[in-house]
Write a protein that binds this ligand. Sequence first.
Ligand code: ADP
Ligand code: ADP
Length: 214
Amino acid sequence: MRIVLVGPPGAGKGTQASLLAEHLAIPHISTGDLFRANIRQGTELGRQVDAILREGGLVPDEVTVAMAADRMAQPDAANGFLLDGFPRNITQAKALDELLAESGTKLNAVLDLEVPEEEVVRRIAGRRTCRKDSSHTFHVENKPPREEGVCDVCGGELYQREDDQEGTVRKRLAVYHEETEPIIGYYGEQGLVSTISALAPVPEVTRRALEALP
Ligand code: ADP
Ligand code: ADP
């Protein structure tokens, strides 16, 4: 199964992607997590994208598509994957379609997570992320870690992402509406989109997502 998750920053894409990926036994591929891992490791790619992530802009398409293609070409993704945060604009969506066509495959579903803007802001403001692995996320109210400041999964230090601070969040939401939302129409024309109300407890959203899959 090849799935794309779409939704504004803070909608719960990463949270749902981890759970769905485990349930469906396919890898969770998050371009945001891949960029942050590169930044943390001080790679050339990490140096290139660091300032862009901090400012809440989008990384250039060529860089993003090359990194995503590389990850999708790994053996564990041969039979499916769940994309989280990619594609993020029409150019990337078209590039993904071409990549899949080259390997004789296509997407099976696009899940659009809908959350009112004030809830998105609340979720992002309370999000705490693990420095060691940014796919490990918590929330000060909704999902507090067992020990304050410490990741339950790997013991890493929890912090508030710089781009989760208020000014940058507004910019990221604007980028989402302008650049990313149009891909919902693009995939809608292909009959791939299921819209899911994500204003519900995590397990309920997972249930809705599984129900929506073909
Ligand atoms: P995204 O990947 O879309 O940016 P996350 O999965 O990181 O979003 O979730 C954003 C924040 O909201 C995290 O702190 C997470 O713990 C919390 N969260 C995720 N899903 C829910 C939910 N259904 N209800 C309440 N809080 C949630
Ligand atoms: P969130 O789910 O909270 O929006 P992500 O972890 O998906 O955050 O993305 C964090 C940042 O990484 C984005 O603001 C952007 O700078 C960069 N990024 C992630 N995915 C892409 C992409 N597909 N194209 C361009 N930039 C991206």
